[in-house]
Design a protein around this ligand. Structure first.
Ligand code: HEC
Length: 214
């Protein structure tokens, strides 16, 4: 979700940079548009990568984050991150991912803590996005991580500390490939020279018979 949004924004920033020099000429010639300044691009270029690249300078605490959270987030996400109504739950769900009813939360599912900063800075509070200061985003990120037992109550968060956090599901996206054919090793010598077709998908009725074109 946030990843695809990030991709879209990433592409648009790249496109702006790429086109700025070529469009200047066309723009001047046709008398339309204006050159995009570095400060305008900076306003769009707010993504934080998993390794922390792109996180701004600043810091926040769990303590301050609690204030921000109760004022600006709890109405939708619940006082303890349990989610009000059908708004997303932000904590817990550990050990549920492999069950029939997985609860995917920041704590149980998200592989990188830096994404939390990126997401909150970009999209929250819902309906009033990008209204928080840098330090408020660090603080409220710290508070969400505290609700998930990932940070202690007295913790302080900045770019370096956030990037150093190892989320519980960090390795949950790298699974052994269960398909039997990937287990076979590739033949490197004395291999068959002729490949035979032993069966057709048509036989098990997954491919309709196709008549050869006249
Ligand atoms: C008006 C209701 C509302 C408020 C207030 C609000 N949120 Fe949200 N939040 C949402 C909704 C709706 C989504 C899901 C958005 C989507 O999937 O596109 C969401 C998603 C999230 C997620 C991602 C959850 C997940 O696992 O996908 C996080 C993290 C989050 N909000 C944090 C915050 C924080 C921190 C604040 C306060 C600064 C906040 N939200 C304020 C409604 C709200």
């Amino acid at each position: 979700m946030s990843k695809s949004l990030k991709n879209i924004l990433g592409i648009s920033v790249a496109a702006l940079i790429f086109t700025s020099s070529t469009t200047t000429m066309a723009g001047e010639r046709l008398g339309i548009g204006s050159l995009v300044s570095k400060s305008v691009i900076a306003g769009w270029d707010i993504d934080a990568r998993p390794d922390g690249h792109g996180l701004p300078k600043g810091s926040g605490t769990v303590e301050k984050g609690e204030e921000v959270y109760l004022e600006q987030c709890a109405a939708c996400h619940g006082e303890f991150g349990e989610g009000a109504g059908r708004y997303p739950v932000l904590m817990g769900g550990y050990d549920t991912l492999t069950t029939a009813d997985p609860q995917k939360t920041v704590g149980s599912y998200w592989p990188y803590a830096t994404t939390l900063y990126d997401y909150i800075r970009r999209a929250m509070p819902y309906g009033n996005a990008q209204s928080l200061t840098t330090d408020e985003v660090y603080s409220v990120s710290a508070y969400v991580l505290f609700m998930n037992d990932i940070l202690e109550e007295d913790a302080t968060l900045d770019a370096q500390r956030l990037a150093a956090i190892k989320m519980p599901n960090r390795n949950g996206f790298i699974l052994p490939d269960p398909r039997p054919d990937v287990k076979k090793t590739a033949c490197m010598k004395d291999c068959k020279t002729r490949i035979e077709v032993k069966s057709f998908a048509r036989k098990v009725a997954v491919t309709p018979d196709v008549k050869k074109p006249q």
